[in-house]
Design a binder for this molecule. Structure first.
Ligand SMILES: *Cc1c(COP(=O)(O)O)cnc(C)c1O
Length: 224
């Protein structure tokens, strides 16, 4: 069930702050997505390749699909024909595969590098040092990667309720973004995206400089 009032107030708040709203529709029905589309939403986020492919085939073609889940290299080919942005890039192997599939479909694919912000060990994302290494690698080989467009960074905060910790983590991501911008993307307007903030913490992320939030449950209701 779409939380219409919440959606409209979110939309207004985010517009004022020049922040893009990605409505996270994982595990939600085609009908729910269509209903939000009918209210004007165009950016949607999905976590699972097969689910995304099935939904994309059935929904309006002007939806901008964001892939936000863990992506295996061997599955890039399924989303490469249409995906608007891949938020979860965390290896050079994945970059090379996205470039290859972009070439096949003759389209440049927007990607974000996924950085993990918390202290706990997580399976996905890179720390600052790994991100720096990957960017140095990319920088040296970017002429061979014409179908990749690195648009910025994506981060997820720790699963904690402590606002001070969340604030610290989001600020750290924004700082990393600014450093990488100077080091690798000076004068490149396309490196512009800080994807951070979800239903529970997006306001803290906004204050820390987020310009793309990924919000699911407060719009679509809790996932079962
Ligand atoms: C599910 C998910 C979200 C949305 O989370 P909500 O708490 O429902 O807003 C955002 N980002 C990622 C990477 C997710 O997997």
């Amino acid at each position: 069930m779409i939380q219409q009032e919440t959606f409209f107030s979110l939309q207004k708040e985010l517009q004022q702050r020049q922040c893009t709203l990605v409505a996270v529709s994982k595990l939600k029905s085609i009908a729910a997505i269509q209903a939000l589309y009918d209210l004007g939403q165009r950016d949607f986020g999905e976590n699972y390749v097969q689910e995304l492919v099935e939904k994309q085939a059935q929904l309006p073609k002007d939806i901008r699909w964001h892939f936000i889940g863990h992506l295996q290299s061997n599955k890039v080919k399924y989303i490469a024909p249409f995906v608007h942005m891949i938020h979860s890039v965390d290896s050079f192997k994945l970059i090379k595969e996205i470039n290859k599939q972009g070439k096949t479909h003759q389209r440049k694919i927007n990607i974000l590098l996924q950085v993990y912000l918390g202290q706990e060990i997580t399976k996905f994302g890179m720390d600052e040092k790994e991100t720096l290494e990957l960017l140095s690698y990319y920088d040296a080989q970017q002429n061979d990667l014409p179908f990749i467009n690195i648009r910025g960074l994506m981060g997820m905060a720790s699963f904690v309720a402590d606002e001070a910790i969340l604030k610290h983590e989001f600020n750290a991501l924004h700082q990393m973004f600014q450093i990488f911008k100077i080091q690798f993307f000076l004068g490149k307007e396309d490196f512009d995206t800080r994807s951070m903030g979800m239903s529970g913490d997006y306001q803290i992320a906004l204050d820390a400089g987020s310009n793309m939030v990924r919000i699911g449950s407060s719009i679509f209701g809790a996932r079962s």
